[in-house]
Design a protein around this ligand. Structure first.
Ligand code: PLP
Length: 424
């Protein structure tokens, strides 16, 4: 080390010892924004693209690269690019799809609410038009695609919270027929249930914040592509828009992926058992779970999921289909969390009408089936008997309190809840 004064040693002492001879068993967190080389010519060759290595973490970081390699491998893609969140990944996938003023995005009407907002506000401001269609109605989708000649078809493998399954093979066939790119948000299915690139999709997007990370401790996103020609645009969207994933988050998500198979296996079997139990409950009017699909939806499921499991989310509609009953149920839960996210290893339950679909008017929600008594359960890895017991006791509390209130009709709680409902 040059310079021996104490203040110089404070800055340089202990740093840059070089890599150990042994390869670390687990990818280290490379918490470094830049990388130093012996000769400036080395940096030049990397920046020029003649040599693949790391110079500056917005352009690439070894921990993030390990996560990207893992995603390309498990989604059967050519390469993957990581971003700071699922929304940043969706933004990048759309930016990389040659959209310009007058382009049309044909989007599934069951998309995550913020994805709609992204399309309408960010891309809409540049003259990109978004048209929605029911992607589970293949004939209607084909007719709309031929009529509009969209540049992009955008859907989710499993919709939230009604769990509609898109036939990805059919959607990709339609995209090819009209020369559009098919982007699939595979967050809810994960590659454990479905690999959209194998079924013809062009780009797969994940909110890694959900099942991939799985521990509610990291926010991230990723786009996986089938063809190399998408790389410059996806990298450009990363390095210029700058929504990079931090190496700390990449490390957490990479660790999460190691147990994705184990978690999904347990979560899917817990969900199936829970769905079967809840079907017997008189306090529930409908249990939505892909196992119970019939007709076209059952066929889409067969074509799209590669195993014999049905996912880890169960959606229920309370017999008392009101906000008051939903809140009583949610507030009575002792074990299951009232978490806003999905895909964590603990059971998380949300009220879609006031969470994921809050921005919609009551009429719009009613139209798409997101009624006040609809509840989404993201099933965790706990002992399923404990999950069932907690949900059953909360249903019992909710029903008992409901009957008490009905006896004293016109109570203050009922009036104030109704007022809140009208204000939204
Ligand atoms: N896609 C889906 C299906 C989601 O549910 C979410 C978030 O809930 C996102 C994308 C956005 O992900 P993130 O919160 O990581 O930005």
């Amino acid at each position: 080390m040059t310079g021996s004064s104490l203040s110089t040693r404070f800055v340089h002492a202990g740093e840059r010892r070089g890599a150990p001879a042994g390869v670390p068993a687990s990818t280290p967190i490379y918490a470094s924004s830049s990388f130093i080389y012996e000769r400036v010519e080395d940096i030049d060759r990397i920046v020029e693209g003649e040599v693949s290595d790391f110079v500056y973490s917005r352009y690439g970081n070894p921990t993030v690269a390990a996560f990207e390699d893992a995603m390309a491998a498990i989604e059967n893609g050519k390469f993957a690019i990581a971003y700071g969140s699922g929304m940043a990944a969706l933004h990048a996938a759309l930016l990389a799809s040659e959209l310009s003023t007058g382009s049309i995005v044909l989007a599934s009407k069951d998309l995550y609410g913020s994805t709609f907002e992204l399309l309408l506000t960010v891309f809409g401001a540049f003259g990109v038009k978004t048209v929605t269609e029911d992607f589970t109605d293949v004939a209607a989708l084909r007719a709309k695609a031929f009529e509009l000649q969209p540049r992009v078809l955008l859907c989710e493998t499993i919709s939230n919270p009604l769990l509609k399954v898109c036939d990805i093979g059919e959607c990709s066939q339609i995209a090819k027929e009209v020369g559009a790119k098919l982007i699939v948000d595979n967050t809810f299915a994960t590659p454990y249930l479905c690999r959209p690139l194998d079924l013809g999709a062009d780009l797969v997007v994940h909110s890694a914040t959900k099942y991939l990370g799985g521990h509610a401790d990291a926010t991230g996103g990723v786009v996986i592509a089938k063809e190399d020609f998408d790389k410059p645009a996806l990298l450009g969207a990363l390095t210029l828009a700058g929504g990079v994933l931090s190496p700390w988050e990449a490390h957490s998500i990479l660790r999460g992926i190691k147990t994705l198979g184990l978690r999904m296996e347990k979560q899917c079997s817990n969900a199936e058992r829970l769905a079967n139990e809840l079907r017997r409950s008189p306090q529930i009017s409908e249990v939505i779970y892909p196992k119970f699909f019939e007709g076209e939806q059952a066929a889409s499921l067969d074509n799209t999921f590669h195993g014999s499991e049905f996912g880890a989310i169960v959606t229920i509609r309370l017999a008392d289909d009101t906000r008051e009953a939903s809140y009583r149920f949610l507030n009575a839960l002792n074990l299951c969390t009232r978490a806003a996210s999905v895909g964590d290893l603990f059971t998380g339950i949300v009220h879609p009408a006031t969470a994921t679909h809050r921005e919609l008017s009551p009429k719009q929600r009613e139209k798409i089936g997101v009624t006040e008594g609809l509840i989404r359960i993201s099933v965790g890895i706990e002992d399923v008997n404990d999950i069932i017991a907690d949900i059953e006791q909360a249903l019992a509390v909710s029903t008992a309190c409901g009957s008490e209130r009905q006896k004293s009709a016109g109570t203050v709680e009922h009036t104030s809840a109704a007022a809140t409902w009208k204000e939204i």
